[in-house]
Design a protein around this ligand. Structure first.
Ligand SMILES: NC(=O)c1ccc[n+]([C@@H]2O[C@H](COP(=O)([O-])OP(=O)(O)OC[C@H]3O[C@@H](n4cnc5c(N)ncnc54)[C@H](OP(=O)(O)O)[C@@H]3O)[C@@H](O)[C@H]2O)c1
Length: 347
């Protein structure tokens, strides 16, 4: 077991990325040390660097998605042994970040990867699935009943739902979860080139995300004439389209993928509606119930094919491929797929 490893380091606030060497951390109680074989890139990674968000201590390691092999098991951990293939969500704080070759995961929010999913595919799952799942099904956000729990399948049968930005990774997981929950019709906005991708995971109506607000509203009202829309999920939220609250029935909930709904919360309340946000972090110490229950069922959901990973574009040269990938992500070049790198292939 090496004591040193390669990591992608953010040198200072809004500084450059550079591959360097850091210590391999030791797992504490309830933790696993995982050899990171694949990590995925997320918008928050470039936002941290470009806007100087969240981090005050440098050099810093970031990265929020990992899949790999358990190397060492901490005290009190049950259910995992060295050699298990696992996926987990990384966290702020260098030892649990994923743009490095070894990282620590919290065992209660780590899942084994079933044989039908590659390690590269597994890396696309943690942050975006958690964001969709917590936004829709955690009591701190929309608080719907989770479809992965007993009696959760089909609970919302016959209720329509609208997903803005359906082709985002978060949107694709949200669509799969609301399909399991029984929502129908599932109406999603996206670039029309992603129509077949979205239909394959359960969308019944794909609408061009560039339609004007009026036309979009009219199209959705045509589809949902019989049943009012009680939930709208904005999987992009930068910014939320103006029609979002108009689509919602009185008492309905607009679900955003920002931590705080901001002014939309007040606007919604003034109309007798609700807007909620989400912080898609499964590692926060409090409010662990939904997170643990999702992870307890995740391997089975993947094995059955009820939840499928996002498509992958693999970037070459390990950690050194990340800065270029983040630039492409910032430029909007990831349409319907996730960039993934393999830290062990760092030159
Ligand atoms: N609050 C949290 O904890 C949290 C956690 C994770 C992510 N997020 C946020 O969730 C959002 C999605 O993240 P992601 O990783 O899933 O993104 P992503 O997959 O990288 O997003 C790429 C997709 O965005 C779509 N898109 C681009 N501009 C759009 C617009 N104006 N309206 C609707 N869709 C648009 C594109 O769809 P087309 O190809 O169809 O054009 C593209 O497929 C981001 O805003 C991210 O910051 C929040």
């Amino acid at each position: 077991m090496p004591t040193q490893q390669k990591a992608l380091l953010l040198q200072k606030k809004q500084g450059d990325w550079e591959v360097g060497t850091v210590e391999v951390p030791k797992p504490g109680p309830d933790q696993l040390l995982v050899k990171v074989e694949a990590t995925a890139l997320n918008p928050v990674d470039w936002a941290i660097q470009v806007h100087g968000l969240f981090i005050e201590n440098f050099p810093a390691v970031v990265g929020f998605d990992a899949a790999g092999v358990v190397e060492e098991v901490g005290e009190d951990v049950t259910g995992f042994t060295p050699g298990d293939k696992v996926l987990f969500e990384g966290s702020l704080g260098n030892t649990q970040a994923t743009f490095q070759q070894y990282s620590l995961s919290n065992a209660d929010v780590t899942a084994k990867i079933p044989g039908n999913i590659t390690v590269d595919q597994a890396a696309t799952i943690p942050l975006c699935l958690a964001t969709a799942a917590l936004a829709l099904f955690d009591a701190g956000s929309a608080g719907l009943f989770p479809p992965w729990e007993e009696k959760g399948r089909g609970k919302y049968a016959g209720k329509p739902i609208v997903v803005f930005g359906g082709a985002t990774s978060v949107g694709q997981f949200a669509i799969q979860l609301v399909k399991l929950a029984g929502f129908s019709p599932i109406i999603a906005t996206a670039s029309l080139k992603n129509t077949s991708l979205l239909e394959a995971i359960g969308v019944t109506h794909v609408l061009d995300r560039n339609l004007s607000s009026d036309v979009l509203l009219a199209e959705i009202m045509k589809i949902t004439a019989e049943t009012p829309v009680e939930v709208v999920f904005d999987a992009f939220s930068r910014p939320t389209p103006p029609s979002a609250l108009d689509i919602l029935a009185p008492g309905g909930t607009l679900v955003l993928v920002q931590p705080d709904p901001g002014d939309l919360g007040k606007e919604a309340a003034a109309q007798g509606k609700k807007a909620v946000g989400v912080y898609g972090d499964v590692n926060v110490p409090d409010r662990r119930k939904t997170r643990q229950s999702l992870y307890a069922k995740l391997t089975a959901l993947l094995e059955s094919g009820e939840i499928k990973p996002t498509r992958v574009e693999l970037l070459p040269r390990g950690l050194t491929g990340i800065p270029g990938g983040l630039k492409r992500l910032e430029n909007g070049e990831a349409s319907g797929f996730k960039f993934v790198v393999r830290p062990q292939e760092t030159p």
